[in-house]
Design a protein around this ligand. Structure first.
Ligand SMILES: Cc1cc2nc3c(=O)[nH]c(=O)nc-3n(C[C@H](O)[C@H](O)[C@H](O)COP(=O)(O)OP(=O)(O)OC[C@H]3O[C@@H](n4cnc5c(N)ncnc54)[C@H](O)[C@@H]3O)c2cc1C
Length: 535
């Protein structure tokens, strides 16, 4: 049904892959780090060999039969998100949880018809944007009693429907992918500049449903900050909030829908605030002798009234492993951007502040892609394409992230690094790596993002990775962090999310779900753990 096919087991489209030349320095790093000469390569899964049961749903009403697919490719493509845990299962050929049907609505009427039909036959519905979830948000791993799973892929709802140049806002369909959205906005000479790392293969609807965070390290970090209204089809009808710049009228309907992750309905459209195109940019990299100096400098920046677009403190090991710096020092990548005024002075003030904490600006001989920031950025953008090459060689690369108030940061950082290093050693029998960077910073605390690499047992890669993640999540929560700053809840984070969420609010959300989704068919197990027949 899709013209250019996405890879069913990895990041990207079938015509895209990291080249051997590109992978060589990456794999050399891991040969050196793990002190191994070579890695055995497991072949990528193929549609003929994967383990997938027959679809349980084979009959379709006339009105939707042309948009429903049950072939192996479509069901495989919609079986997983894109975490390492997903990748490990895909490389094992385990597609036993494939959805029974994948539907491609052409318009909102189709979305309504599909939800009604799924409700009538007692099937679960999983909304699907780009499928870039790293928390099992689109995985049909469902415990309740359902007649099957219908995944609804929003691929064809991908247009800007209206543009309001006076308010500088656009009405956009939810299934539009990041690059396509920017291309369409460009025709109006505006931009959204919401760049999560998954930008290429994630959608506006997915961003809103998961409360995604983009590249802005300060100020408008979340998509929430750009949403003017939301239109959603739920099993009990259409809900559309008013288009307003702000409203103090009670609890915000948009704030409720954002973060529901498909558990109460499918977002079909939203009005979003957009920006004039960026004219001015500045970037600089600063290094520190000690990590704590960098932390204090970032705290000072976050509380100074300066709001850099980029403010990523990357620890020395991560800077080394990504090829950005030599590993002797942590680096702070700073950036400013504006549509309206030059930003060099803001950058100078920020660098001066860093100097007060022992920071030294890198004297860049190289510019652009070859600069320190450019090298790091390239590893960041291309990283998703490396995963299949890592998994096939048995290398586990996984991430988790949080946010914590400054007063708890140091304790959280040291206990998480120590816990995860120990867990890697205990679970896999050999040392691995754990690194940290700040993705976003607020005046009252940072959002630290951890990456770990290890060499698990080839037969139990997913299970061993999960054991390490459980230790990490427990340590994060114990040290006062949130289970997620921007990766959402999905199925993976539910146990910790339920601990974090106040019980009376949990009960209120359950009641809201019952009202919007009385037959409990929408993304069962996500946000609300109760499922049909499981209560
Ligand atoms: C390599 C990589 C990098 C990432 N980087 C970031 C990052 O920088 N920032 C960040 O915030 N996240 C990041 N993520 C996580 C992920 O990209 C985000 O959660 C993203 O918002 C998901 O969008 P999607 O369109 O792919 O949604 P999906 O993965 O398709 O869906 C995510 C959830 O939203 C629901 N959903 C999707 N569309 C709709 C809709 N129209 N209506 C209702 N529910 C819907 C799904 O049911 C699911 O529960 C990253 C993931 C990967 C793999």
């Amino acid at each position: 049904m899709t013209e250019r096919r996405r890879k069913f087991y990895a990041w990207g489209f079938e015509d895209q892959s990291a080249t051997p030349e590109e992978m060589k320095p990456v794999l050399d790093t891991w040969h050196r780090t793990f002190a191994v000469d070579s890695f055995d390569v497991t072949a990528a899964p193929t549609l003929d060999t994967i383990d997938m049961p027959e679809s349980k749903i084979t009959r379709f009403p006339e009105a939707i039969k042309d948009i429903c697919r049950t072939d192996r490719y479509e069901r495989a493509l919609h079986s997983y998100g894109r975490s390492f845990l997903d990748s490990a299962k895909m490389f094992r050929g385990d597609f036993r949880n494939a959805p029974d049907v994948v539907a491609y609505p052409r318009n909102e009427e189709d979305v309504r018809a599909l939800i009604d039909w799924a409700g009538d036959i007692g099937a679960a519905v999983i909304p699907f944007g780009g499928g870039s979830s790293v928390v099992g948000g689109v995985n049909p791993e469902i415990n309740g009693t359902y007649a099957g799973v219908v995944t609804i892929d929003m691929w064809y709802l991908n247009k800007i429907l209206e543009f309001d140049p006076v308010s500088r806002s656009a009405r956009v369909q939810a299934g539009v992918y990041g690059p396509d959205l920017e291309t369409q906005l460009k025709t109006h000479n505006v931009t959204l500049r919401h760049y999560p790392q998954s930008f290429e293969l994630s959608t506006l609807g997915g961003w809103i449903a998961t409360r995604a965070a983009g590249h802005y390290a300060t100020h408008g970090t979340y998509i929430d900050d750009y949403v003017e209204n939301i239109r959603m089809v739920s099993p009990s009808g259409i809900s559309e909030s008013r288009r307003l710049p702000a409203s103090g009228a009670g609890p915000s309907p948009d704030r409720y829908v954002m973060g529901t992750e498909g558990s109460v309905g499918i977002i079909t459209e939203a009005w979003i605030r957009v920006l004039s195109r960026i004219k001015y940019k500045a970037s600089k990299t600063v290094t520190f002798a000690e990590y704590d100096q960098g932390v204090e400098a970032v705290r000072a920046i976050s509380q100074s009234g300066l709001y850099p677009a980029n403010c990523r403190l990357i620890d020395a090991l991560e800077a080394k492993l990504t090829g950005a710096f030599d590993g002797s020092r942590p680096i702070l990548v700073l950036g400013y951007e504006s549509s309206h005024y030059p930003v060099n002075q803001l950058m100078d003030l920020t660098v001066d502040l860093c100097r007060e904490f022992g920071g030294t600006p890198v004297d860049e001989k190289e510019q652009g892609r070859n600069s320190v920031a450019g090298q790091w950025r390239n590893a960041f953008i291309r990283g998703p394409y490396y995963r299949e090459h890592m998994t096939s060689r048995g290398i586990c690369r996984e991430t988790f992230e949080t946010a914590v108030c400054w007063n708890n940061f140091k304790e959280l950082h040291s206990s998480v690094i120590e816990t995860v290093n120990a867990a890697i050693k205990r679970v896999t029998g050999r040392a691995g790596t754990v690194t940290c960077r700040f993705t976003h910073v607020y005046p009252n605390g940072p959002a630290p993002y951890f990456t770990f690499h290890c060499l698990p047992d080839r037969e139990r890669m997913g299970e061993q990775c999960m054991e390490i993640k459980i230790a990490a999540y427990d340590a994060v929560m114990k040290a006062g962090g949130t289970i997620t700053h921007h990766h959402a809840v999905g199925r993976l984070h539910m146990p910790w999310y339920e601990k974090q969420r106040p019980a009376p609010i949990g009960a209120a959300f359950t009641a809201a779900k019952k009202s919007l989704d009385p037959r409990s068919i929408m993304n069962p197990g996500v946000i609300i753990s109760e499922q049909r027949g499981s209560a």
